[in-house]
Design a protein around this ligand. Structure first.
Ligand SMILES: Nc1nc2c(ncn2[C@@H]2O[C@H](COP(=O)(O)OP(=O)(O)O)[C@@H](O)[C@H]2O)c(=O)[nH]1
Ligand SMILES: [Mg+2]
Length: 364
């Protein structure tokens, strides 16, 4: 299962955001500073398509797509040099497929700020620098090991050249996710589990009083940075939304109207994370089960078949495909889709698209 790690300075609201995501309105656990074992939760990806398909097929079982979230202990300044929970923390970060970086924008006199003042952009840089320094350490260790060799094999030379490029980039204080790399290069780097290479979603944790952008310190610079670096930025009223999940849907709607948000933070965070991970969903439908399956990036019909069962990939003949949108346009009926000629048969190499409804024909 793919997972997102929640990172940020201590007391930025990571556990609060974790509780928003898991929908538990429980009181925030006290600051987990002395703890290295993170909280984990596997949550359902909200997707109205699976709800609609369930209404149509009335299956015995409904299985949505799932993503894991991990609430990590706070990362402090100098963590890459072993300060605080430094290295233990960074090894948990290395396990994640994507990062959710929580920045504190809320003012709360009862909750001390580890850097004393409110400055989300500065906080982002502190944590980002720790990720960069950790990766820099890894490149240096490996490069010095390679340069100690008398002669490099061709693939080692390739690795050394690539690591030098990474090192130069990191020395400019840039995360590796900004470095253009092709698939082969990414494969070469995979074993290092570089933390600054992981895609990042930035969460601005707001207080319920901060409904306008000018009430958020340094908002414009932060938004510009996220824009230029291709990082999605999500504003969430952390504590408020956490408490809200204990309320009735009507009461929730009322609060959301007051805060001028159309969708709950929970939905925006989970959907954002799903997209960030580069995931797409395809569906299988029938009287027994309506199910969303997860694929990563570019995947073919035979990859999809293999996700369901290895037998389906082995004995793959054809996939019957119709996209969800098309299916709904034809009244949610396969017969109508067939008549209209939109129900297609595709071969092994067909690139599966988000929302495809598949039926695999196979023979083993
Ligand atoms: N006023 C206010 N306080 C918040 C908000 N989010 C979190 N807090 C408080 O900040 C403290 C630290 O939050 P927590 O989620 O434990 O931070 P963590 O150390 O990053 O996990 C808790 O006392 C929260 O109640 C918020 O949006 N507004
Ligand atoms: Mg915490």
């Amino acid at each position: 299962m793919l997972g997102c790690g929640i990172i940020g300075l201590p007391l930025s609201g990571k556990t609060t955001i974790f509780n928003v995501i898991t929908g538990s309105g429980a009181e925030v656990k006290p600051y987990a500073g002395g703890k290295t074992d993170p909280n984990r939760a596997i949550v359902e990806v909200p997707d109205e398509r699976i709800d609609k398909l369930t209404e149509i097929f009335k299956p015995k079982k409904r299985t949505p797509a799932m993503v894991e979230f991990v609430d990590l202990a706070g990362l402090s300044r100098d963590a890459s040099r072993g300060a605080g929970l430094g290295n233990a923390f960074l090894s948990f970060v290395a396990e994640a497929d994507a990062l959710i970086h929580v920045l504190r924008a809320f003012d709360n006199p009862e909750v001390p700020h580890p850097e004393e003042t409110l400055d989300p952009l500065r906080d982002w840089k502190i944590v980002e620098t720790e990720l960069i320094l950790r990766d820099l350490g890894l490149t240096e260790t490996r490069l010095s090991r390679l340069s100690a060799k008398k002669r490099l094999l061709p693939e080692e030379q390739l690795e050394a050249d690539l690591l030098k490029r990474c090192q130069e980039h990191l020395l400019e204080e840039r995360p590796l996710r900004d470095l253009p790399l092709d698939e082969d290069q990414l494969r070469l780097l995979r074993g290092f589990t570089f933390v600054s290479l992981k895609p990042e979603l930035v969460v601005l944790n707001l207080d319920e009083t901060q409904v306008t952008d000018d009430s958020i310190p340094g908002y414009e610079e932060l938004a510009a940075l996220c824009e230029s670096r291709g990082m999605p930025l999500v504003k969430v009223y952390g504590r408020m939304e956490m408490e809200m999940s204990a309320l009735s849907p009507d009461e929730q709607a009322e609060f959301m109207a007051e805060l001028h948000v159309a969708e709950t933070g929970r939905k925006r965070l989970i959907s954002g994370a799903y997209r960030l991970l580069g995931l797409l969903s395809f569906f299988t439908v029938g009287p027994d089960e309506v199910r969303a399956w997860t694929l990563k990036g570019r995947a073919t019909a035979v990859d999809a078949a293999g996700t369901i069962h290895s037998d389906l990939a082995r004995g793959f003949i054809r996939a019957q495909v119709v996209n969800y949108e098309e299916f709904m346009r034809h009244g949610g009926s396969f017969a109508a889709c067939r008549e209209a000629g939109v129900l297609r048969l595709e071969g092994k190499e067909y690139p599966v698209k988000d929302g495809d409804i598949l039926e695999i024909r196979f023979n083993v």
